[in-house]
Design a protein around this ligand. Structure first.
Ligand SMILES: NC(=O)c1ccc[n+]([C@@H]2O[C@H](COP(=O)([O-])OP(=O)(O)OC[C@H]3O[C@@H](n4cnc5c(N)ncnc54)[C@H](O)[C@@H]3O)[C@@H](O)[C@H]2O)c1
Length: 503
């Protein structure tokens, strides 16, 4: 009954109570119960293409990160099985499933149910299937989590008009979908990134092929099953489980009009070439934090450093990768006063964790920090190694003294990834100098500055690269999932023939 209620498209936002109930009733829509997933009762996954759930020829058994038991069987789709995915994408017109002039009601009534679902998801989804699965697979921080379902979908496609050159002429800027698109996401945010980006793609009128890292793609599958249950047409999204290379083969054959890729630098650069540049990137994060000379509230700042570098085992793209601590001789703040003046040194960590049952394939090491003197870090022979993202509980620490800010800024200038950054200072002149001379796309400034935390209430994405994508705000959705189309209407009146001259 609830499902029928939810499928009453066009009815506007649904009542909160029934939706909470709907999300709670796992048996109506979920195919796995995370409380029961185990080596003796593994969960199984299926591909979704053109509205039909389908197995693949081979499957891969994933070991439970908690105890090593094989607990999920996921399709190991091979390149010779991709034809239905290619056909499905090729069947989508460039004009999308809807656009400002075609089926505009689809973004209103077709997704009306989502507006009510937003609240229900926000409060209850993470208490049930997804959080359990999610925490099992990857313990992502969930405080302030967003579901990616903004109010007023139609306003995402808001355009503008400009008066023309003569009576009857007007030009209008429109947000237009790409039509067939691909969405590729990594292992470390199995729900948040697919949910936020998928909804944006759909709102703007695209049909996405979704590929999530095979180790966690079961979460995205359950999200799609919930969305179907709530009324999303099953053919609106395809889901491809399997190796990344198989997804690459689909892209090469189907040539989606645009691809949003979130993941490592290596794959990002490869896709940029293979898609001939038709790609938006949320790639590697080498994220720095600069402490100003005025840093105070030491316990708070140190706590935030630990959170940024080591929460979630440092496996956030926004994790603190390099800390520039200010060393103030005779001042209040001497973070690493006992460090040697030259040479790199292990500050702490560096050993494998012991006394656990985590399978070796997942890796488990102590929170680790390595100190590298600033001048040594800047040497050409060291710089690349010092500024390469290590996707784990690892950070590089250095220090700078009064007069060395230009060296710190030089290091920021020479880095290749510009995702998040933090300027920990309440000295407005210091903050302004650092902000004016750096480019990171999501930069926090002030004594409470952090590198992690996104995307809760703001844009999140890299800057300084025309391929840079965003996530988390209406602007991000508009940028990534629609393009600009200018329509100049010129209906007359037509001038008399006597007024026509060659120009
Ligand atoms: N910038 C961001 O917003 C953001 C967010 C999360 C993670 N990350 C980055 O992701 C990385 C960690 O994630 P990962 O190890 O899962 O990344 P990864 O690049 O190995 O994999 C990401 C996705 O790409 C797919 N893939 C791999 N090869 C492919 C190919 N040839 N064609 C198409 N798809 C292919 C994978 O199956 C996976 O779904 C880190 O570098 C981290 O900084 C960035």
């Amino acid at each position: 009954m609830l499902a029928r209620h939810a499928r009453g498209l066009g009815q506007g936002p649904l009542a909160f109570g029934p939706l909470m109930q709907l999300v709670r009733n796992l048996s109506e829509w979920a195919t796995v119960d995370p409380q029961k997933l185990s080596g003796s009762a593994p969960g199984t996954c299926a591909n979704l293409v053109s509205g039909r759930w389908q197995p693949s020829r081979e499957s891969r058994l994933l070991p439970d990160p908690l105890n090593g038991q094989p607990f999920i069987s996921v399709p190991h789709t091979q390149p010779d099985e991709i034809a239905p995915f290619v056909e499905s994408l090729r069947a989508v017109p460039k004009t999308g499933l809807h656009n400002p002039l075609k089926n505009p009601q689809r973004s209103l009534t077709g997704y009306g149910w989502l507006l009510g679902l937003r609240t229900a998801l926000h409060l209850h989804l993470h208490l049930h299937l997804h959080l359990h699965l999610h925490l099992h697979l990857h313990p992502e921080y969930y405080g302030g989590e967003r579901t990616g379902i903004p109010r007023g979908v139609r306003f995402l496609a808001r355009g503008f008009t400009v008066p023309g050159d003569h009576p009857g002429q007007t030009s209008s800027g429109n947000r237009w979908p790409y039509g067939p698109v691909a969405l590729i996401t990594p292992f470390n945010f199995p729900l948040e990134i697919p949910a936020l980006q998928l909804m944006g793609a759909l709102y703007m009128g695209n049909k996405p092929l979704l590929h999530v890292d095979q180790r966690v793609s079961i979460v995205a599958e359950q999200l799609l099953r919930l969305l179907h249950h709530c009324g999303m047409p099953p053919a609106d999204v395809d889901l491809l489980h399997g190796p990344g290379a198989t997804c690459g083969a689909v892209l090469a054959a189907a040539q989606p009009r645009s691809t949003l890729f979130t993941g490592s630098q290596r794959v990002a650069e490869r896709l940029a070439v293979e898609t001939h540049g038709k790609v938006f990137l949320e790639d590697a994060g080498f994220d720095w934090k600069i402490m100003g000379p005025d840093v105070r509230d030491v316990d708070y700042v140190a706590w935030q450093c630990d959170q940024d570098a080591y929460a979630c085992s440092g496996q956030k793209c926004s994790a603190q990768s390099m800390l520039f601590a200010h060393r103030s001789d005779g001042g209040r703040w001497e973070l690493f006063a006992n460090l040697p003046s030259a040479g790199a040194k292990l500050l702490f960590g560096g050993k494998p964790l012991t006394g656990h049952s985590i399978p070796g394939v997942y890796g488990a090491i102590e929170p680790t920090a390595v100190f590298v003197p600033l001048e040594e870090a800047l040497r050409p022979e060291h710089f690349e190694a010092v500024t390469t993202e290590v996707f784990g509980p690892f950070q590089v620490v250095t220090e700078w003294r009064d007069g060395q800010l230009p060296l710190v800024l030089e290091a920021c200038e020479r880095m290749t990834n510009h995702l998040t950054a933090a300027v920990v200072s309440n000295d407005i002149n210091f903050v302004q100098t650092v902000l004016a001379n750096t480019v990171n796309g999501t930069t926090y400034a002030g004594i409470r500055a952090r590198t992690t935390g996104a995307p809760q209430n703001h844009w999140f994405g890299p800057a300084g690269d025309p391929r840079g994508a965003g996530i988390g705000t209406p602007e991000a959705i508009r940028l990534v999932w629609s393009c600009h189309r200018e329509i100049i209407t010129d209906f007359g009146p037509v001038p008399p023939a006597s007024a026509l001259k060659l120009s």
